[in-house]
Design a protein around this ligand. Sequence first.
Ligand SMILES: [Mg+2]
Length: 309
Amino acid sequence: MNEFELIQNYFNWPLSDSSIELGAGDDAAIFNLDSGYQLVTSTDTLSEGVHFFKDDSPEDIAYKSLAVNLSDIAAMGATAKYFTLAITLPILDEIWLEQFSESLKETSEKYHVSLIGGDTTRGPLNITITMMGVVEKSKAIKRSGARNGDNIYVSGEIGDAALCLKKINEGQKPHKAELIKLNRPIPRLELGSALKGLASSCIDISDGLKQDLSHIIKASEVGAMIDIKDIPLSQSMIEHIKENDDWSLPLCGGDDYELCFTAPENFNSEIINIAEFCKIKITKIGVISDSKELEIKGYDGQGESYQHF
Ligand SMILES: [Mg+2]
């Protein structure tokens, strides 16, 4: 099988988005943007041994590669539309490719995103996806809009992905529900989109709440005060903290892909309505201050957020 057959066999399925004038197969893809909209784009790479284990299932790897990229588009309040895939494979394993491609197709259909091109090469397993989305002009939610007095919120529960990873690294067997949190994070696209016009800033929690909230306060030139007692936790995380007196997982553990956002207090009731509408737990964890520092009440500073280098 050569490169063209590989693409033809595994990464070429009919597209249903009428805005695509030309998908994969030419030198580049062409799509039409509605007037009044801006293109929003983001790239994330998943590498074997760094972002996933060698024996993780191809289905989970495909799902997560898409989900983490969708999560960045969600954090901007945009609608995800198209993506490209650059995949580096150590060998041509047709069973692996079949499973990977099936999961990628299924996930892309679930989130209404179209594969419009890509590249394949040989080397250590590596998946790079570039996701493109659209948003009404000037409506994207940036990191830089948080203001003194805004409330700080997070979606879902924080730290479970890191707890699962910790268990695997320590040779324990995580429960199925815990593995789902690590391998199948849900991109909060509906929530991100609903927050447009309400949230003053937003980020997805990929590297840990402490670090990702720090990105917001730095970009917005403000400070933040949060209380560890307010961070929403799962039952397993509550037990872990009780046993170990260790808050490093919810504060520094990455890979949750929940949204952390800020909004003025007068939008609080609308945010409660959005939580109900999107069927997602949203919790207020603190307020934006003018101190330029991140103060975390009840936390002794243990643990380090994920560092890429
Ligand atoms: Mg992000």
